[in-house]
Design a protein around this ligand. Structure first.
Ligand code: FAD
Length: 819
């Protein structure tokens, strides 16, 4: 066994072996993998091998697409067959909302380039002759289906062996029966891994340990939010009907999913495999996998299976006459949002995770591809925010993860409404004024563990969401909140914002090298600053305020806390010249905005608030009521006169009451996240994570005024120079969508030029309640970005005409902000 390698992968399931394979493809061949048992001994050996291309996530969709393409070429490349049955994949719909979900997905598929068809019941019967189209209470009529002709199923062990062959052929080493038992950092910054067969030192470590993610994370002090859940499938004996169909010349049936009954069904040796996602499946191994488990399975739980078996048998009567050969009940790794953890571990250099895979056979190719790129080139090639391990924070303790993973598992097949908010493990993190906000009728949502009010139900209105892809029960109330902010004054509680304090002699120069804008040099000035990737994409957005000499206050998205904090800490100079503190939980934030906001705040402070004394885009430390040391920032995300008040957290209650008291005469009220979405789209404000991602540079995003090419070096500058020289390929656009009466764009819709070609994608969309227009923002190829250009956008399967507007359709000259 080697004692030193460049990269050591821990875990020999399909995901670990794929990572190894892709590292060799990137030219890194001094790499090795250790496996405590034998390759595929974890979840990989018993997986059903389905490769669904369907995924609502733009990122995960791309990873799956890559995998399916790779698996088709692997046999020729490695000489190892992988038993890829390209059967196609059929997802049934028995209600209109399900069809809406498929149509929404089609938008994503179109932007990624995944081929699909939306088909009629008659075509379903043609493709799947053994199906009952239904029409009774217990077997509802199929109203349509989504068909992917190019995916199917594969043999997971064969796939792993093909990847192994490819990796080994390029020089990678694989050591079976070699368990990682302890990990230590060496003085030179490498990782020394104590294994059952001796020590190996590595520059980089990859954890790909499947069900063992918790305990392997703990070897490094990481609390990895991946805990498996039981998952079962039934293997049936030969089916006479299926045999007759196949002997009659029928082709292998597509993998079938009846989403509304939560199961999948595929052929297996003239019999069937039926896999349900049941209610009540328990999380397992929250404290680690016991030694006795090894390659074992759990006993079958028939009670959980019965409702799905009954539903499947009604839909495919041929199941009735089949005996059951086997029931497989194995652990399947999950994370609280169901997407894997692919990318850097937080707080540790050169430690990478490829964990938490619940569709790991499907995702192995894509996750190995992007992780290898990230390790070798220091950055992934596509936007990986949706799977970055740092999208979760310290709040993902054991009990949280157990509850959320059980919830995610039983909801695999539910309709993924865009406004869905799941109830388990809530409330977890709350602002100090949670009870006060709740008393105002808040209908809560959750992001990064924080409770956030999505909208406010007026007295007498039911405090629930009716989730939908279309305008729903809260539409009118969200509109009233938006108008309150434009016409009078409202408050948004944005306490979850990520907040860092940067101090020290080199604070300014260090920040300046991280971001594209000029960091403010004068006390009381602020700047919107974007940290870029080396390829010039947007990685983070910070509002940087100079509070005092050598003292900056840096605010970023609430959901980016660990992501931004990790980046900032890892980028710190090692000479101690910069101090950095994550002070997220020490300050609350209320946005006080609207034309009356000055009158309201003036009642609480002696600080003059007129334009000359307190201009737009400046900040002051003020007293507000009894609250001291309040950072008042004259900016906001809604495009109104107003202040973000960032106050020491202990004043939250007081300040809340005082603002409401002062605003009474103006009818001050709370404004929720959905109204904020409407307001910010009217101003063409880009949201980090959806409109600003590593896929687009600030020039593409139309953020040119926040880029100072003539200042000193900053990360990403060279890439921007190249882009300027070559021409900026895409441009940010704001669109008015015509003829919408029901379903507004929400993001991830394809954009078409009049000739019908896809020329871009919407990244966000909503109804602009004050403009009374359906709006989308996104990116098109540069030549289609001129105001007045006529395009089309596809919303839930319907093409709508859309006009490119001048940016910031509401108040383009920012008169409200400067009022
Ligand atoms: C019943 C069932 C059906 C499934 N069907 C499908 C499907 O149809 N399609 C699909 O895409 N996915 C499916 N899955 C999920 C799929 O099996 C997993 O997502 C995938 O196998 C995960 O692969 P992995 O490499 O991450 O983990 P694993 O296969 O579990 O591999 C992890 C490996 O790490 C090793 N290891 C752990 N700790 C150490 C250590 N300290 N030192 C050395 N080695 C270590 C383990 O021994 C293990 O071999 C199914 C899962 C189940 C349970």
């Amino acid at each position: 066994m080697k004692t030193h390698v460049r990269v050591l992968v821990i875990g020999g399931g399909v995901v670990g072996v794929s990572t190894l394979y892709h590292l060799t493809r990137k030219g890194w061949t001094d790499v090795a993998l250790i496996e405590r048992s034998e390759l595929t001994a974890g979840s990989t050996w018993h997986a059903a091998g389905l490769l669904p291309l369907f995924n609502m996530s733009y990122t995960v969709g791309q990873l799956h697409k890559y995998s399916v393409d790779l698996y088709k070429r692997l046999p020729a490349e490695t000489g190892q067959d992988v038993s890829f049955h390209v059967t196609g994949n059929l997802r049934l719909a028995t209600c209109k909302e399900r069809m809406d979900e498929y149509q929404k997905y089609c938008g994503t598929a179109n932007t990624i380039g995944v081929p699909f068809e939306v088909i009629s019941p008659a075509r379903v019967k043609e493709l799947w002759p053994l199906i009952e189209l239904g029409g009774s209470a217990d077997t509802p009529a199929i109203i349509g289906a989504l068909y992917h002709p190019h995916d199917g199923h594969i043999a997971p062990a064969d796939l792993t062996m093909a990847l192994r062959k490819g990796a080994r052929g390029a020089g990678a080493e694989i050591y079976e029966h070699t368990e990682a038992l302890g990990i230590e950092r060496t003085a030179s910054g490498e990782w020394q891994v104590r294994t059952s067969q001796g020590d190996i030192t590595a520059e980089h470590l990859v954890l790909a340990t499947g069900n063992y993610a918790r305990q392997s994370g703990q070897l490094l002090g990481l609390n990895v939010p991946a805990i498996p859940v039981e998952h079962q499938y039934i293997v049936y004996d030969e089916s006479a009907e299926l045999k007759a169909y196949r002997q009659g010349g029928g082709r292998e049936l597509a993998v079938l999913r009846e989403s509304d009954k939560s199961y999948y069904l595929r052929e297996e040796r003239l019999g069937w495999i039926l896999g349900p996602y049941e209610r009540g499946a328990p999380a397992r191994f929250a404290d680690g996998v016991p030694d006795w488990f090894g390659r074992s399975l759990f006993p079958a739980d028939l009670d959980r299976l019965v409702p799905h078996v009954e539903a499947a048998t009604r839909r495919v009567p041929a199941l009735e006459n089949c005996g059951i050969k086997d029931i497989v009940n194995g652990p399947i790794s999950y994370t609280p949002d169901g997407s894997p953890l692919i990318g850097p571990a937080w707080g540790l250099r050169n430690v990478w995770l490829n964990e938490g895979h619940s569709f790991g056979i499907t995702a192995a190719g894509g996750s190995g591809w992007q992780l290898a790129e990230w390790i070798v080139e220091d950055e992934p090639g596509i936007d990986m925010l949706a799977v970055d391990p740092r999208r979760f924070g310290a709040y993902t303790g054991k009990r949280y993860v157990v509850k959320k993973n059980e919830e995610t598992y039983r909801n695999v097949f539910i309709i993924h409404f865009p406004d869905e908010e799941r109830p388990d493990a809530r409330p977890a993190k709350t602002s100090p004024v949670y009870a006060l906000v709740d008393a105002k009728g808040a209908v809560w949502g959750q992001r990064y563990g924080w409770e956030r009010a999505n909208w406010f139900a007026p007295p007498g209105v039911e405090r629930t969401d009716r989730w939908s892809f279309r305008r729903s029960n809260y539409f009118e109330h969200v509109g009233n909140e938006a108008r309150l902010m434009r016409e009078s004054v409202g408050i948004i509680d944005l306490t979850p914002f990520t907040k860092h304090e940067v101090t020290g002699a080199a604070a300014e120069s260090w920040l300046d090298g991280l971001v594209a804008n000029k960091v403010p040099a004068k006390i009381g000035r602020m700047a919107l600053c974007h940290a870029l990737t080396r390829r010039g994409g947007i990685r983070s957005e910070f509002t940087v305020t100079k509070i005092a000499a050598q003292h900056y206050y840096v605010v970023s998205a609430g959901a980016a806390e660990r992501y931004d904090s990790d980046y900032l800490f890892k980028s710190l100079p090692r000479d101690g010249s910069v101090g950095l503190r994550n002070i997220t939980n020490t300050r609350g934030c209320f946005v006080l905005a609207g034309p009356k906001s000055r009158e309201v705040l003036a009642q609480l402070t002696d600080t003059p608030l007129d334009n000359a004394s307190f201009p737009w885009l400046t900040a002051q430390t003020i007293e507000a009521g009894l609250a001291v040391e309040v950072y008042a920032l004259r900016v906001n995300f809604v495009g109104a006169l107003g202040w973000e008040l960032h106050f020491p957290i202990e004043y939250a209650h007081h300040l809340f009451d005082a603002l409401f008291e002062a605003g009474k005469a103006h009818g001050i009220g709370m404004v929720g996240m959905r109204a904020m979405e409407s307001l910010r789209l009217e101003k063409s404000y880009r949201m980090w994570g959806s409109d600003m991602t590593p896929d687009y540079t600030p020039f593409e995003a139309g953020l040119d005024r926040f880029v100072r090419m003539n200042k000193g070096p900053f990360i990403g500058k060279q890439a921007l120079e190249k882009q300027l020289a070559a021409g900026v390929p895409n441009r940010f656009v704001t669109l008015e969508v015509h003829g919408v009466t029901d379903a507004d764009p929400l993001g991830n819709e394809p954009l078409f030029e009049p000739g019908g070609r896809v020329i871009g994608r919407a990244t966000s969309g909503y109804y602009g309640h004050c403009l009374r227009k359906s709006l989308a923002i996104g990116y098109t190829r540069a030549e289609f970005a001129q105001p007045g250009t006529q395009l089309a956008i596809e919303i839930l399967g319907e093409r709508k005409q859309a006009t490119v507007l001048r940016e910031s359709p509401y108040d383009p000259d920012n008169l409200d902000l400067r009022a």
